[in-house]
Design a protein around this ligand. Structure first.
Ligand SMILES: Nc1ncnc2c1ncn2[C@@H]1O[C@H](COP(=O)(O)OP(=O)(O)OP(=O)(O)O)[C@@H](O)[C@H]1O
Ligand SMILES: [Mg+2]
Length: 346
């Protein structure tokens, strides 16, 4: 079934003085879908959320919720919830008071408020914590309270800006799954901002990769990982061997000349002589035997495998080895599949 579009951002532009923060961004999020905005620091992620929430006014473009433009509405009338990195709970209020905060403004009757707070605390796994104060909670618990508080008024759209980045690695991984479960259970339409690729992969239904105020590519995580359209997307998502070369066509099909080495390639309809990159993920490369050689520079032990940094005809190579490899030595490798070919523009 095709889900209805709930949130739509159309050709948004925003500059701060000389800085172009958002440069023509468009995307649509279906009801109950989680869209992750992924990109390096300063690429405009937070600004987009602030424009959707009504905390900033766009220079151009539109924000639509449920098919209607909300640009004329103040933040509190947009039906948008916010969850940011610094949870900023009210320190003198109890957990229950914090969660109920937004409900008071909505003039929800007391009995209904109590019921809703109980329900939300159960949802975030904090039943029994009603009377605690924020300083009596761990970081993870505080962020759960902040989530319950953001969900309390029942917003149509929830905007999350790196909500887990203040937490330690183990807690992040754990809360990531829980957050996804809760958003899905509540059918909340969400835009989730992060610069952590792994978080983006595990949390999202769809990812938009951003760079310099623009979206470079959007799609499902697998699509972005296996079929990136630009070198930036290829290298931003996961580990990548991206080598410059020249596309050659002959009787046997297409191949790419990478510093004198011939690599078979799926080249689409690019003409002979095209400047290209080949893209190989570490898992596309078999270490041990094969027609290519590389000099090992560094080896990192990762428990389940060794990550090897090597040099292949002056290009950096990253691969995973099943056994120990010595720095300074030479490894042979082969390709498990044809590399992806990306056009190289100067
Ligand atoms: N109020 C402001 N005044 C001036 N410049 C701003 C303002 N807000 C953001 N910017 C600039 O706009 C650009 C985008 O900022 P934004 O906060 O949206 O980036 P971000 O992708 O959220 O980065 P990060 O991952 O570091 O949070 C940056 O160059 C930033 O310095
Ligand atoms: Mg930000």
């Amino acid at each position: 079934m095709l889900e209805a579009v709930k949130l739509e951002v159309v050709d948004l532009h925003k500059r701060f003085g000389p800085v172009v923060a958002v440069d023509g961004v468009s995307f649509a999020v279906s009801r109950g879908e989680i869209l992750v905005l992924l990109g390096p620091s300063g690429c405009g992620k937070t600004t987009i959320l602030r424009l959707i929430a009504g905390l900033e006014t766009p220079d151009r473009g539109d924000v639509r919720i449920g098919g209607r433009s909300v640009l004329g509405l103040p933040p509190e009338r947009r039906d948008v919830g916010l969850l940011f990195q610094n949870y900023a709970l009210f320190p003198h209020m109890s957990v229950a008071g914090n969660v109920a905060y937004g409900l008071r403004f909505k003039r929800v009757p007391r009995r209904e408020r109590v019921r809703r707070v109980r329900e939300l605390l159960e949802l975030v796994g904090l039943t029994g914590y009603e009377r605690r104060k924020p300083h009596e909670l761990s970081h993870g618990q505080k962020q759960r309270v902040a989530l319950a508080r953001a969900l309390a008024p029942g917003p149509e759209v929830l905007l999350l800006d790196e909500p887990l980045s203040a937490l330690d690695a183990a807690l992040r991984t754990e809360l990531r799954w829980e957050l996804r479960r809760i958003l899905k259970e509540q059918h909340i339409t969400s835009v989730y901002v992060t610069h952590d690729q792994e978080e983006g992969f595990t949390l999202s239904d769809r990812i938009a990769v951003m760079r310099d105020g623009r979206i470079e590519q959007q799609g499902h995580p697998e699509e972005l990982y296996f079929s990136p359209r630009t070198p930036f997307v290829a290298t931003f998502l996961g580990k990548a061997n991206l080598w410059p070369g020249t596309l050659r066509r002959g009787d046997g099909g297409a191949w790419v000349d990478v510093a004198g080495a011939h690599m078979p390639a799926d080249a689409g309809d690019l003409p002979d002589g095209s400047a290209v990159y080949v893209l190989l993920r570490p898992e596309d490369i078999a270490v041990g035997e094969g027609e290519f050689e590389a000099e090992v520079e560094r080896v990192e032990f990762h428990g389940d495998r060794w990550e090897v940094r090597a040099r292949f005809r002056s290009h950096p190579l990253v691969v995973f080895a099943p056994g120990r490899v010595s720095p300074g030595g030479v490894i042979r490798f082969g390709l498990k599949r044809r590399p992806l070919v990306l056009e190289r523009r100067s």
